[in-house]
Design a protein around this ligand. Structure first.
Ligand code: CQM
Ligand code: MG
Length: 354
């Protein structure tokens, strides 16, 4: 392990100083686009006006014969398209692929000053982050990049989940993590072909009704409820990220047409502490915006609590509910997020009454 005294020193002479605090601008959705697709590139200015983050995907979903075109398309985006204040990210190919090294050298060399975050797929442990960390420092120094490019890990193998705390703590570049339910399911031999969401087979069942002889009465229907198969891993990711000052995101929801289930999955992640989710299709941008902007009634109540208890101490009754030092902090989380989002979104600002 590196000495804590060296942790915030650049890993290459001439590389920018690492950051001490992860920036937290609006991050409700990471919108994926295929940079090899000229039509999708042409839509980017419109998409960027609606999305908080746009990400040029180079990894899975981009066919092998379009890997180079996707990389070059992203360079074109970085050089030619004005995205306003919207962040530009990329997902590079995996560390065990033959494309990863060229993804990094080309992107940092050509548009290193435009890229905010590099998402690294299939991170298995801190060693993967250490490799990227040093290489990025070398490439940043060579290209004269002024601001360190941050790193975002995707949690999508059983190993990755087992090492989630060490991954989050591996480098001051760690911006956050996303949850990758498809690869994670395959890695764990979970029996689902879905990308995120619940499953009708993963449920709990109410007890049976017994007849007069104490036998199970099969004629009486039993209530079942689907459970969330991702709860454990997402909660672990949230704790690991929060402990290390970086940001947790839910990942993709693959059933594009099932907007209700997408909203439910995103909301479960929001309630557990995630700051955003991926959007794979423009329709999911609006879902993420709705879900990851705190509800107006909750923000108004939280504001009321903060105003009523200026020092955040003691015990109080507000609208029939007990409030104390801890609930004050809960309200502060809600109001701080609403305040930050209001700076970008005048409609939200008006709704929250700021
Ligand atoms: C799902 C697909 C094929 C449906 O694409 P479609 O063309 O069939 O859909 P559509 O409804 O017909 O599209 C309507 C219009 O929207 C456009 N459009 C559609 N999508 C986008 C987009 N993202 N950005 C910008 N524009 C988009 C599309 O080009 C079309 O434009 P048009 O009306 O002018 O013809 C398409 O939306 C798509 O390719 N999305 C991105 C897929 C992707 O990036 N997948 C990888 C991430 S998930 C993952 O990797 C898993 C993970 C983490 O690794 C793990 O769990 O393990
Ligand atoms: Mg994956």
């Amino acid at each position: 392990m590196r000495s804590p005294r060296d942790f915030l020193k650049p890993l290459c002479v001439g590389a920018p100083d690492p950051i001490t605090e992860v920036p937290f601008p609006p991050s409700r959705m990471i919108h994926f686009f295929d940079a090899s697709n000229e039509k999708m590139r042409a839509k980017l200015p419109d998409i960027a006006a609606k999305a908080d983050i746009v990400l040029g995907n180079l990894e899975d979903a981009v066919p092998v014969d379009r890997k180079v075109a996707a990389r070059e398309g992203l360079v074109t985006v970085g050089k030619e398209i004005d995205l306003g204040g919207t962040q530009l990210w990329t997902r590079i190919n995996a560390l065990d692929s033959p494309w990863c090294i060229d993804d990094l050298t080309t992107l940092v060399g050509e548009i290193g000053d435009k890229l905010d975050v590099i998402m690294v797929p299939k991170v298995e442990g801190p060693w993967d982050i250490h490799y990227i960390d040093r290489l990025l420092a070398q490439l940043e120094a060579k290209a004269g990049v002024k601001k360190p490019i941050l790193v975002h890990a995707i949690l999508e193998t059983a190993q990755g989940v087992a090492h989630v705390d060490e991954i989050a703590a591996a480098s001051p570049r760690m911006q956050g993590m996303s949850f990758g339910p498809a690869d994670l399911a395959a890695s764990r031999r979970m029996k689902t072909t879905r990308v995120g969401g619940g499953h009708p087979g993963y449920l709990s069942m109410s007890d049976p009704t017994l007849d007069a002889d104490g036998q199970i009465d099969a004629s009486v229907a039993r209530v079942t409820a689907q459970q969330d198969p991702w709860h454990y891993s997402i909660a672990r990711m949230v704790d690991a990220c929060t402990t290390n000052g970086c940001l947790p995101f839910y990942g993709p929801f693959g059933d594009i047409k099932d907007v209700a289930a997408c909203e439910a999955q995103f909301r479960a992640a929001f309630l557990l502490g995630c700051v955003g989710a991926w959007s794979l299709h423009p329709v999911q941008i609006d879902i993420a915006k709705k879900v990851f902007s705190p509800p107006v009634d909750e923000v108004l109540f939280a504001k009321k609590v903060l105003e009523a208890i200026p020092d955040g101490k003691g015990v109080h009754m507000i609208d029939g509910k007990m409030q104390d030092d801890a609930t004050w902090k809960q309200c502060k989380v809600m109001v701080d997020l609403a305040t930050m989002l209001s700076e970008k979104d005048p409609e939200l600002k008006a709704a929250y009454g700021f």
